[in-house]
Design a protein around this ligand. Structure first.
Ligand code: SAH
Ligand code: SF4
Length: 406
């Protein structure tokens, strides 16, 4: 049998994933001088911090507005807070941002930030402006590296160093907004340029669900950044048990990295398939809450020349997803140094898209953005800056199977 281990989709399996993921959590968000980071706290944690310094709960609400609605990082500019309290807050807390270690802008205006966090770890964030309208998407990383090793992905060549914390995840978005001066004006004009989040950067968001969920809950809070859940898309390589949880708790748009329609091929391209095979992945998509024609599930499909781009593949794809409100994003493979695949030719992509479209699914071909600065899908990679020393000895999360020969 191809998949002898039937995945256990019970709460116990979710608990196992969450416990394993917690081993990779970031160091505590406190500075050497003892001040504590306010970004990344939930509303109730922020209220607890106020209680700890004997301040009334309404201060938490005031701060929330300054931190997440106005994007303020300096207590002394919080005009609704009296000077003595501003000083007290500044003694106890900081409102931090990841430091931009480098910023590169592509010929097509896509911008890639290399963000450095307090412990020196780094991750990349990409801003992708819409070429036609005054808006754009911020592509956030969820981990430094990735435990999975999808064969076509540059991040997959970098072992997981650690998860990003909620502050670091929402902090990437806030720092990108800073860079574009994109916070609401005091008059309340809404920012448009940075108005969408895609969790499609480095890492597998559903293997860092606790922090990703917390960060997105902050981003969706109506009194702060206030992005609607329709403006957030979480992309997963198929961590089936956590898909249900994300759907129920966050209800954000779902994108699924499918890339192959047969288990033998997907086992090689997306090794997580050995654990959660195609049938179970598709079943999880069918039960994803809120999927409708207005809110379709996106299937991402990287076009690899001679590997997954045949007519038979396209036909099997439409058979697999029949009845799911879905669109198929065809992503021409983006090469990276040392990659071993080729991008499908234009004719093959057109033929594939035609079959999918004839079956009634939108099948946009994604225009590569930021390829010249290695900012396109699957090109992100940083150097883990030190071994994950805070981790206890453990078995690897997965064995690396032999390399596929494309
Ligand atoms: N880890 C998550 C999200 C990040 S990747 C996931 O895998 O879904 C965002 C998308 O880019 C995924 O669909 C991923 O499979 C795809 N991708 C990875 N490497 C790529 C490459 N070299 N060219 C094109 N797309 C790639
Ligand atoms: Fe990780 Fe996604 Fe890259 Fe796969 S495609 S290695 S899950 S980041």
């Amino acid at each position: 049998m191809r998949h002898p281990q039937t995945p256990d989709l019970t709460e116990a399996e979710r608990a196992r994933i969450l416990a394993k993921s917690a081993l990779f959590d970031p160091p505590p968000a406190a500075l050497a001088d003892g001040r504590r980071e306010l970004v990344g706290l939930s509303r109730s944690e922020l209220a607890e911090e106020m209680a700890a310094i004997s301040e009334a709960p309404f201060r938490a609400r005031q701060l929330w507005h300054w931190i997440y609605h106005r994007g303020e990082t300096d207590f002394s500019r919080m005009s609704s807070i009296a000077r003595p309290l501003q000083r007290k807050l500044a003694e106890c807390f900081v409102i931090g941002r990841p430091e931009a270690a480098s910023v590169q802008t592509s010929a097509d205006a896509t911008r890639k930030f290399l963000f450095r966090f307090r412990d020196g770890q780094e991750a990349e964030t990409v801003y992708i402006p819409d070429p036609h309208e005054d808006r754009g998407a911020v592509c956030l990383s969820s981990q430094v590296g990735c435990t999975l090793s999808c064969r076509f992905c540059h991040t997959g060549t970098q072992l997981l160093t650690r998860n990003l914390g909620a502050a670091e995840i929402v902090g990437q978005f806030m720092a990108a907004r800073d860079a574009y001066g994109e916070w609401p004006s005091p008059k309340g004009e809404t920012p448009r340029l940075l108005s969408t989040i895609v969790l499609m950067g480095m890492g597998e968001p559903l293997y860092n669900y606790a922090n990703v969920g917390k960060a997105m809950t902050i981003a969706m809070d109506g009194e702060g950044i206030a992005l609607s859940r329709r403006r957030i898309t979480l992309s997963t390589s198929g961590v089936v048990p956590m898909m249900d949880r994300a759907g129920a708790e966050l209800g954000v748009n779902l994108a699924v990295s499918l890339h192959a329609v047969r288990n033998d091929l997907r086992d090689e391209l997306v090794p997580l398939n050995r654990k959660y095979p195609i049938e179970e992945l598709i079943a999880a998509c069918r039960r994803y809450p809120g999927a409708s024609n207005a809110r379709r599930i996106t299937f991402e499909y990287v076009m690899l020349k001679g590997v997954n781009d045949s007519v038979a593949d396209a036909r099997e794809l439409v058979r697999l997803i029949a009845g799911i409100p879905a669109k198929i994003n065809l992503i021409p493979f983006n090469p990276w140094p040392g990659s071993r695949f080729e991008t499908s030719g234009a004719a093959a992509i057109e033929r594939f898209a035609g079959i999918v479209m004839d079956a009634g699914f939108a099948s946009p071909v994604r225009t590569p953005r930021g390829r010249d600065i290695l900012a396109a899908c699957g090109q992100l990679r940083t150097e883990g800056r030190r071994p994950p020393v805070h981790l206890p000895a453990r078995a690897p999360l997965r064995a690396r199977p032999a390399r596929l020969q494309p």
